[in-house]
Design a protein around this ligand. Structure first.
Ligand SMILES: *Cc1c(COP(=O)(O)O)cnc(C)c1O
Length: 377
């Protein structure tokens, strides 16, 4: 099956193999070394002073980013480009954290000046931004946001990189992000189960300044000693998942992380060109606001297409794509090319899309998609 869902994404055979090894104790010397190596490489590759690997998902990273940086009654600015940006509202609500909320027009960013104007109105303790909102495919202008944020010293910059870390070019120190996080099942191309979190010195200082917080599993200060010295115990490490992640990082280094980002950029451009040649339009109209992790597209205009049937027909031919999420259900479809999806898979996807369109009497120029894809590369 060609999995083109925004998580779980295809897992490399090498990763599956190490994950089926015989279990060892988490105090096993080999495992302790593996754990140490994984944490060090995460810090190294994403240029962060702190990295955490915790059993969980992307949502856990979101919660941790909030409850380690703000307390009940503090004020946060939530900048949202879609459903995942909105999720921070629920998280803040669950902890009685006050917030203001800015939501973009569909398929576009909230302009940086709008964020700036809002930040000047109150004493905000943190701002949350989704690097790439998977529901819309919108990518935030992180550099510009960072530059604007420089005038607000007290603000913790929370960046949700669940969709983007591993496909979009992002380095924590260079971008001055205070905390970012992902789930192993997205652009890392691993099985679900790990929450991977990077933090800055400023973030950990904020955590300490909060003093006692009403959290236990979510308290980064409980995890920090284990990340620094994995022979210590706080909560049982997910041995199998750590092996998988170690292999994932090794494959990333083998490809070269910069080369990996460039691959995603080139493939995404070529794939969107192909989709447009086939009659689809990109939900995010401005190219610079579009992610290279997945393609969120609208069906060709002027024709009635049964969305569920279309996706079902693709599935029967071995291609699994995502429907629109939340409010965008039925309005768009999402074809993910995160992680391990490469040119061969994208060409295969174009062929299956075309076949399905022909079968469903949706007008398409046969061969136009593949031609546009190859020409763009
Ligand atoms: C998937 C996703 C999440 C939620 O991650 P889970 O692993 O499903 O908990 C949060 N933010 C973004 C941008 C995502 O794509």
């Amino acid at each position: 099956m060609l999995i083109m869902q925004p998580g779980p994404t295809p897992v490399a055979k090498e990763v599956e193999k190490v994950m089926s090894r015989e279990m060892v104790s988490f105090r096993d010397a080999g495992f302790v070394n593996d754990m140490k190596l994984v944490v060090d490489e995460l810090k190294d590759i994403w240029r962060a002073p702190y990295a955490f690997v915790i059993p969980g998902t992307g949502t856990l990273g979101m919660e941790i980013s909030i409850c380690n940086s703000v307390k009940k009654g503090d004020r946060v600015l939530i900048v949202s480009h879609g459903s995942f940006g909105d999720r921070f509202k629920d998280i803040c609500d669950s902890r009685d954290v006050e917030y203001d909320y800015l939501r973009s027009e569909d398929g576009a960013i909230v302009p940086v000046e709008v964020i700036e104007a809002q930040l000047k109105k109150h004493n905000y303790k943190a701002v949350t931004i989704t690097h790439v909102d998977t529901s819309t495919g919108v990518k935030s202008p992180v550099k510009e946001i960072r530059e604007m944020l420089n005038q607000f010293e007290d603000i913790i910059f929370i960046l949700d990189t669940v969709c983007s870390a591993g496909s979009e070019r992002i380095y924590l120190d260079e971008l001055g992000v205070d905390i970012m996080f992902t789930g192993s099942q997205k652009s890392f191309g691993m099985t679900p189960g790990l929450s991977i979190i990077w933090a800055s010195e400023k973030f950990m200082k904020r955590r300490n300044d909060l003093g006692k917080i009403n959290e236990f599993y979510n308290d980064l200060n409980n995890w920090l000693p284990v990340m620094e010295d994995p022979i210590k115990y706080f909560s049982t490490p997910p041995v199998t998942l750590i092996w998988g992640l170690k292999e994932v990082l090794s494959l990333m280094k083998e490809e070269g992380v910069e080369a990996r980002y460039t691959r995603h950029e080139n493939n995404a451009k070529a794939f969107s060109t192909a989709l447009e040649a086939m009659g689809y339009s990109m939900f995010v109209t401005k190219e610079e606001e579009r992610t290279c992790s997945l393609a969120n597209i609208k069906y060709p205009e002027g024709i009635e297409i049964d969305d569920a049937l279309f996706r079902e027909n693709l599935y029967k031919k071995g291609m699994d794509i995502a429907a629109g999420y939340g409010e965008f259900f039925g309005k768009i479809i999402r074809i993910s090319h995160m992680g391990n999806v490469g040119q061969d898979e994208l060409l295969q996807a174009i062929a299956i899309l075309e076949e399905t369109m022909v079968e469903m009497n949706i007008p398409v120029t046969v061969g136009a998609g593949a031609k546009a894809f190859k020409e763009a590369l």
